[in-house]
Design a protein around this ligand. Sequence first.
Ligand code: PEP
Length: 254
Amino acid sequence: MNKVLIAGNWKMNGLTGDATREAAALADGVAEVAHVLLMIAPPTTLIHPLRIKLFERGIADRVAVGGQDCHAEVNGAHTGDVSAEMIADLGGSHVIVGHSERRTDHGESDAMVKAKAEAALRAGLVAIVCVGETEAERRGGETLAVLARQVAGSLPEGATVKNTVIAYEPVWAIGTGLTPSTDDIVEAHAAIRATAADRMDATDNLRILYGGSVKPGNAAELLALDGVDGALVGGASLKAADFLAIAAAAPARA
Ligand code: PEP
């Protein structure tokens, strides 16, 4: 089985001083969590500074860095956007696509997310494709249908278990302190894996992360669930101590 992946999403938080401080704090604790893979997606402005600080601390090979979004095109007249190639050029190895804040704030459809995920693969990045139902969809009993539609519509052509990760992030659980029941998470992950199996091989080894209010206090329970291969962590990734505590709670896998 794959090692667990703990991925941090700093969202629109952090200045260069934060990258310096967090890299130092990560360096202090990273040896204790050798059993997991770590990735941090800072704001685009910090991809390079964070990489430099991780190098200076000698842990650049232990903490991967990625983007929070990318444009589908390589370059062009897209003011304010960043391509997957630009993230790779800065030393990024992953990119999150289809985060619910992008789907909501920027009207990103499954087709747009798929195009971005394909851009990630084109640039040699690992695409972390986010899916998840809203509170209204959950109340309406539509969760599994929404997940099936999003997975089918957002997975890139050419997806493999090496270049693609799926993050199940119920929209109502992000930043709220709420989480689904453990049974609901297991059911959602199984449904996502089943849909992904129509589009890619060997989905037993596909990493499906859970995201939504993962904290040091609930990480052990969430990360031990069947079909949960790691976590996408927002708020709690902003402090290295919490991020590392979440990683420490993850089960060791070969
Ligand atoms: C996220 O934004 O991807 C996320 C999971 O946030 P939080 O951990 O703060 O709920």
